[in-house]
Design a protein around this ligand. Structure first.
Ligand code: MN
Length: 243
């Protein structure tokens, strides 16, 4: 199995090295990742300037290339450089649960794989006081990849590891709450500015990714590219028939 590893935290993130080390048990690994952090870039692609990649030998033990682009760029470029079966994205420093999937560059790299007819798995974990303890997390990453990789019907999966996993769960995306908020502040010159920040979500629905996360379970959410709201489409066709 040929595995392309990308992320949105940048090629020097400890999360990408931890993922590469685990993934190498399952196949041949190539790392193609942004040269600087691209978190919350979602599925942006670079179309108005050229992209380039540079070999990055500082990532010990793996062929690695840094790209002056977004997570989706890295996957598109990586898949054109070499044959790829599956893209693993992460391990992100920060969870990608619920509506944050819309903003996630980590997930976008996995989505780009699915768009290219490949498979993509996004992996994320929270940052607590310090960096995540990737050594402690590795056995769970092994368990998840051993479960997901052999099943070719799992095209796109969003995986979130709690800080200290105590089990695994298949989940759906939590969409009841949006945790984004705008926080006003002042710059050193007294001018108003705004931070886009995150509010903790309270009250999660059973069976969702957030619900699993709160209970210390590794959340695995299969996703699809088709965003069509089928019941609403059927209702719209009925309510507003078009000639
Ligand atoms: Mn990130």
């Amino acid at each position: 199995m040929r595995i392309l590893i990308a992320n949105d935290d940048g090629i020097y993130s400890p999360g990408i090295l931890a993922l590469a080390q685990v993934a190498s048990r399952f196949g041949d690994v190539v790392i193609v990742a942004p040269d600087v952090e691209q978190s919350s870039m979602s599925h942006a692609i670079t179309h108005s300037r050229p992209l380039s990649y540079r070999r990055t030998p500082v990532i010990k033990g793996f062929p690695a290339y840094r790209v002056n682009g977004t997570p989706a760029d890295c996957v598109a470029l990586g898949a054109s450089m070499t044959k790829v079966d599956v893209v693993l994205s992460g391990i992100n420093l920060g969870p990608n649960l619920g509506n944050s999937m819309w903003h996630s560059g980590t997930l976008a790299a996995a989505k780009q794989a699915a768009l290219l007819g490949l498979r993509g798995i996004a992996l994320s974990t929270p940052v607590t006081s310090d960096e995540p303890d990737f050594e402690a997390l590795k056995p769970f990453v092994v368990e998840v990849l051993a479960l997901l990789l052999p099943d070719p019907t799992l095209i796109l999966v969003n995986v979130n590891f709690p800080e200290k996993p105590r089990g695994m769960m298949w989940t759906r995306q939590s969409v009841r709450h949006y945790d984004g908020r705008v926080v006003p502040g002042k710059d050193p010159y007294g001018r108003e500015h705004h931070w886009l920040a995150v509010t903790p979500v309270e009250g999660t629905d059973e069976g969702t990714d957030r619900w699993a996360h709160e209970r210390g379970l590794v959340s695995m959410t299969p996703l699809r590219l088709d965003l069509t709201d089928e019941p609403t489409l059927a209702r719209a066709r009925e309510a507003h028939p078009l000639r």
